[in-house]
Write a protein that binds this ligand. Structure first.
Ligand code: SF4
Ligand code: SF4
Length: 445
C-alpha cells in the first residue's frame, strides 16, 4: 500500500478560491430527481398543481438507505416526469415552476434531539448526503456509531480535484458552522477524536480551521501534501491514521468515519434552523465560462441558468465539454437542462481545444499507470481481461486483480503516454463484475 500516499502532481487551477459564493434566485424551472444519493430513490409525496414552499418535503426516503427530497424554491409543481441518470437508470423527477418569492415552509423548526437515536433520525430528515460527490446518506454513515466502534472522525477538506473550491469557501466562510457541527457530532455520537485534513495549497483554510478549533479538545488540523487523489476516502484515511480499509469493507470497519466539511456545515445549520438541504455551493469554472465564480444555488436549478448567471460562455460555438464535477472524476452533461444535484460541487465548461481527447495508441508497457495507482492496482490487467470472450473467465481475472478496489480516480489514465482509456475500462470491468454477481445471486434464490 505504499502508493496510498497519493503521488500525482496535477495543476490545481483553483481560480475561484478567493471568491465567496454569490446567491442565485432562479427564474427557470427547477428539476428535482428522486435519486441524488446512493440507495433507493425517494418517493414523491406531491402531485402536479400543488403549491410548495422552500424546505417542504416533496419526496419521502424509501428504505433504510435513501434520502428525502425537499422543495428548493417556492412555486408550483408542474409535473412528475422521467429523468435519465448518467448511469442509465430512469427515475422520477419533480418539476417546479418557481414564483421568485423563496417563501420558507411553515413547518421549518429545529429538530428536537435528546439522544443518539433522535440525532440520527434528524440527520435522516435533513436530506443531507455526502456533498463531496459520494452521495452516501449522512444518517446511514453516522449510524455506524450505534455499535460504538468508531473512534475517529475525519473531516475531509482536501478538495483535491482541480478547479473546485466550494469546500474551500465552506472552510473560510462557514468555519463557525463547521465548529458547531463537530460539537454536535461529539455530543450526540460520543466520538472524541476529530481530524480535519486539508491540502497545503489551501493556507487560508488551514489558518481558519486552526483558529476556530484552537481551544477544542480532541480536534487536530492536519496539513496534507497537495497530491491527487488526497481527498479519496481510502487515501485520506491512510494518510491521517495509517489505517487501511480492506477490499469490500467500509471505513467504519477500521473505526473511522469520513465526512465532507460542507456536509458538517450543512448538518450544523439544519440542527440550528430546521432548514433541510435545499441549496449548495457550486463552483462554475473552465476556460469556456465568461465569469468563473462560486454560486450558492437552489438544488434543481439547471446548468443553463447557472452558467448564464456566470455571464454565459465565452463563445457558444466553441464549447467542447461541460462537466458535473472535476476534470479527473467528473461526468459529462448530456444537455444544459441537467439540474444541479445534491452532489454537484462544480460545473466546468471547456473549449473544444482544451477538451479534445487524444487518439489512443498501443500500450508500450511502460508501467506508469501501475506506479500512479494509489491502491497499487494494475489497470492493464483490467483492460486485458475485457478482451476475453468467456464472461466467467473475464470476471475471475477482474476479481483476482481486485478491480473492486478501483475508486475511478483517473490517475492511471492521466499518466498514460499512450492515452489509453484506462479508467473507462475500469468502470466497464466493475459493472461487469457487479452484473455477474447480481445474476449469480438471483440464480441461487
Ligand atoms: S482509476 Fe482505479 S486503477 Fe486507475 S489509478 Fe485510480 S484506483 Fe488505480
Ligand atoms: S501507462 Fe499506458 S502505455 Fe504505460 S503500461 Fe499503462 S496502459 Fe500501457
Amino acid at each position: 500500500m505504499s502508493g496510498l500516499l497519493g503521488n500525482l502532481r496535477i495543476p490545481h487551477r483553483k481560480n475561484t478560491a478567493s471568491m465567496p459564493a454569490v446567491k442565485l434566485n432562479p427564474t427557470g424551472d427547477i428539476l428535482l430527481p428522486m435519486s441524488q444519493h446512493i440507495g433507493a430513490p425517494a418517493t414523491p409525496v406531491v402531485k402536479a398543481g400543488d403549491s410548495v414552499k422552500v424546505g417542504q418535503k416533496i419526496a419521502e426516503a424509501n428504505g433504510p438507505v435513501s434520502s428525502p427530497i425537499y422543495a428548493s424554491v417556492s412555486g408550483k409543481v408542474l409535473k412528475i416526469e422521467p429523468y435519465l441518470r448518467p448511469n442509465g437508470q430512469t427515475v422520477d423527477a419533480i418539476r417546479i415552476a418557481p414564483d421568485g418569492e423563496m417563501t420558507p415552509a411553515e413547518e421549518i423548526v429545529p429538530p428536537e434531539i435528546v439522544d443518539m437515536e433522535s440525532f440520527l433520525l434528524a440527520i435522516r430528515e435533513s436530506g443531507i448526503v455526502g456533498l463531496g460527490g459520494a452521495g452516501f446518506p449522512a444518517s446511514v454513515k453516522l449510524a455506524a456509531q450505534k455499535n460504538g466502534k468508531i473512534d475517529t472522525v475525519i473531516l475531509n477538506g482536501s478538495e483535491c480535484e482541480p478547479y473546485i473550491t466550494s469546500d474551500t469557501r465552506a472552510m473560510i466562510d462557514g468555519a463557525e458552522w463547521i465548529y458547531k457541527g463537530v460539537l454536535l457530532l461529539k455530543q450526540h455520537l460520543g466520538i472524541e477524536k476529530y481530524i480535519i485534513g486539508v491540502e497545503d495549497n489551501k493556507p487560508e483554510c488551514i489558518r481558519k480551521m486552526k483558529e476556530v478549533f484552537a481551544s477544542a479538545e480532541g480536534v487536530e488540523v492536519v496539513t496534507l501534501p497537495s497530491k491527487y487523489p488526497q481527498g479519496a476516502e481510502k487515501v485520506i484515511i491512510y494518510n491521517t491514521t495509517k489505517r487501511v480499509v480492506p477490499e469490500g469493507k467500509l471505513p467504519a470497519d477500521v473505526g473511522v468515519l469520513v465526512v465532507n466539511v460542507s456536509s458538517v456545515l450543512t448538518l450544523a445549520q439544519y440542527i440550528e434552523t430546521g432548514m433541510p438541504l435545499v441549496s449548495r455551493v457550486v463552483t462554475v469554472d473552465g476556460d469556456a465560462i465568461k465569469n468563473p465564480q462560486n454560486v450558492e444555488v437552489p438544488i434543481g436549478t439547471s446548468a443553463q441558468e447557472l452558467i448564464a448567471f456566470c455571464g454565459g460562455f465565452v463563445n457558444e460555438e466553441d464549447v467542447g465539454k461541460v462537466l458535473y464535477g472535476g476534470p479527473m472524476m467528473g461526468a459529462c452533461l448530456a444537455t444544459l437542462a441537467e439540474p444541479v444535484l445534491k452532489t454537484t460541487g462544480a460545473i466546468l465548461a471547456f473549449t473544444k481545444k482544451t477538451s479534445k481527447m487524444q487518439e489512443p495508441t498501443a500500450c508500450i508497457h511502460c508501467g506508469r499507470c501501475v506506479s500512479a495507482c494509489p491502491l497499487d492496482l494494475d489497470p492493464t490487467t483490467f483492460s486485458a481481461a475485457l478482451a476475453y470472450g468467456d464472461k466467467e473467465q473475464r470476471v475471475q481475472i477482474l476479481q483476482d486483480a481486485h478491480i473492486g478496489l478501483c475508486m475511478e480516480c483517473g490517475c492511471c489514465s492521466y499518466v498514460c503516454p499512450a492515452k489509453r482509456p484506462l479508467v473507462q475500462n475500469n468502470r466497464l470491468g466493475k459493472a461487469e463484475v457487479r452484473d455477474y454477481l447480481a445474476h449469480q445471486a438471483t440464480l441461487k434464490k
